[in-house]
Design a binder for this molecule. Structure first.
Ligand code: MN
Ligand code: MN
Length: 307
């Protein structure tokens, strides 16, 4: 089986059935290296819904995606066998069942020793993925978290599991190691001080937009920590970007990063053992001219290179 995108000369990029990067759609146990998978669930959203439509939209927008990385000097789609492995099953009206299905799906994928990038879904979908990874690797993971929000919020409406609380649960369940966790792109305002107290108590490194901008990007990327110990996971909430660069998202916060800044940060990361990654909170109904979907496609491309 050849893991190549459909040729744009044979089938122009606006044609053919949509898969991520026009790659073959295969079963989870096929002989690919990296699977791209959708998690179409947004039942954990507290404000604007729509992230359930992201996998389909990102597939469509990725028709224009190409594999050769300008600054890395190689074609990631030729170096590795990358495939679209479809969508993880979900239950739109039941979070507990959805979490179970996500954890089972990713446990199966990990049994076959696959790497993956998933396209969410709201950020609550990352928690069951981390549970599956913990079962596989048996140690708390290093964690690189791009977001406007800390996602360490308390329960909301009496519900523990929502898109603003997954980091708190991931630490309490010892799925990620707070000492090997960084959060990038964080900015205010916050509902209260609880979430900040939580990250301070656990010694999580929080990098705000000010921390990047005031000294300048070039200086900042030299200070990024190296992830050289143990398995590491990367989660990219599209709202780390300014709403000008990602309007289609559930809880936009102004004063964010640009797509260029996140590209440069992703290229500068040194991660010895990246075991998986996700892009979450893309909400196509709130998108304009596919700006957000295209940002997700480019981030997906950078993540494939990191893997
Ligand atoms: Mn988030
Ligand atoms: Mn967020």
């Amino acid at each position: 089986m050849e893991y190549k995108p459909i040729s744009g000369r044979e089938f122009p990029r606006f044609s053919a059935i949509k898969t991520f990067f026009r790659l073959p759609h295969v079963e989870v146990d096929a002989d690919y290296d990296v699977g791209i998978v959708g998690i179409p669930y947004d039942g954990g959203v507290s404000y604007r819904p729509g992230a359930r439509f992201a996998p389909t939209k990102v597939r469509e927008a990725s028709s224009l995606g190409r594999g050769f990385h300008w600054s890395r000097g190689y074609n990631v789609l030729e170096q590795k066998k990358v495939a679209d492995i479809g969508d993880c099953p979900t239950v739109p009206i039941d979070q507990a069942q959805t979490y179970e299905k996500i954890e089972n799906f990713f446990s199966t994928l990990l049994q076959y020793n696959k790497k993956f990038v998933s396209i969410g879904g709201d950020h609550s979908t990352t928690l069951p993925v981390l549970r599956a990874l913990k079962k596989k690797y048996q140690v708390p993971l290093g964690f690189i978290h791009f977001d406007a929000h800390l996602d360490t919020y308390p329960a909301a409406w009496g519900c523990e599991y929502h898109h603003g609380s997954f980091v708190r649960h991931a630490i309490e369940e010892k799925l990620i190691d707070p000492k090997k966790t960084i959060q990038i792109g964080i900015r205010g305002p916050l509902t209260g001080k609880d979430d900040l107290d939580f990250v301070n108590k656990h010694g999580i490194q929080v990098i705000t937009v000010d921390d990047i901008r005031i000294q300048g990007l070039e200086k900042f990327i030299l200070q990024l920590p190296q992830f050289s110990q143990g398995p590491t996971y990367l989660s990219f909430d599209i709202d780390c970007l300014d709403p000008a660069y990602a309007p289609g998202t559930g809880t936009p916060v102004v004063g964010g990063l640009t797509t260029y800044e996140t590209q440069r940060i992703l290229r500068a990361l040194k991660i010895d053992q990246l075991v998986g990654a996700d892009i979450v909170e893309v909400s196509p109904p709130y998108d304009t001219s596919e700006i957000t979907a295209l940002a997700a496609v480019d981030t997906l491309f950078e993540l494939l290179c990191l893997l």
